[in-house]
Design a protein around this ligand. Sequence first.
Ligand code: PSU
Ligand code: MN
Length: 304
Amino acid sequence: MSTQVSEEVREALHEGRPVVALESTIIAHGLPRPRNLAVARELESLVRAGGAVPATIAVIDGVAHVGLDEGGLIRIAEDPAVRKLGHRDIAPALATGATGATTVSATAWLADAAGIRVFATGGLGGVHRGWTETQDESADLRLLSRVGITVVCAGVKSILDVPATLQRLETLGVTVVGYGTGHFPGFYLASSGEPVDWTLRTPEEVAGVIRAKEGLGEPRAALIVANPVPVAEQLDPALHDRVLGQGLAAAKEKGIGGQAVTPFLLEYLMVHTGGASLEANLAAVRGNVRLAARIAAAHADDGA
Ligand code: PSU
Ligand code: MN
């Protein structure tokens, strides 16, 4: 596969040092310019501050990069022609020389193939509300049932049908643990109100679960570490519910479908909450990236 793993990432993996994969769709299609570039750089710094090596993943001019350099980050953040690539889009992107940001499914796939064990993002994709009419379920879920990576996230995006998504994850055999909570987080909100079956409280405990999973071997499936945004930084729940209801109605009225649904709703929330949803989204992502670095470090210590 034409994948280029950066020298820094390759050396870290070779020496068993901690590496954290970061996705690029959140940069290209989930955050407004020009702030997205600052965030891309900040997330990499947070990984480094946690003692791990960041590996932001994207496809640039037909080459899949695991570990972007500064030029690559700028391209993903600034070029309006950057596509959104799920894992099924990687092959055509490579073959046609396209440039695209990778979603959770594409990032988890490329990271796993490169031997990276821990991945941080904001919120996963999942089953959309109205699934019975549209059958819109993010490719994130099925892909996560096929790779043994650990994904640190603030749950799934609250624009989704959260109970249906949790049900799908159970069916698919994807392990879900709450980090410091007995409830599944709600992306912009600290809690979705849905319970989780397992609660872990330290990076070492998470590393222990990763080791146990590795010891079991097949079938491989992801471990989702659901890490809530701090209550002090969450979006006001009443505002969230009101604006989300309006956004869902607007998406339906405008006939928004397919890959455009998630970016449309994220932007709608941002505009109609006066930017408050963006701050909650960023707080969640930062917390996830910090935790992922600690988990990757604890996992690397286990292996030493
Ligand atoms: N998390 C965020 N913002 C985002 C995403 C995640 O905080 O924009 C992206 C991820 O890349 C995820 C994608 O894989 O949204 C889901 O898109 P879809 O529902 O079209 O599969
Ligand atoms: Mn979709």
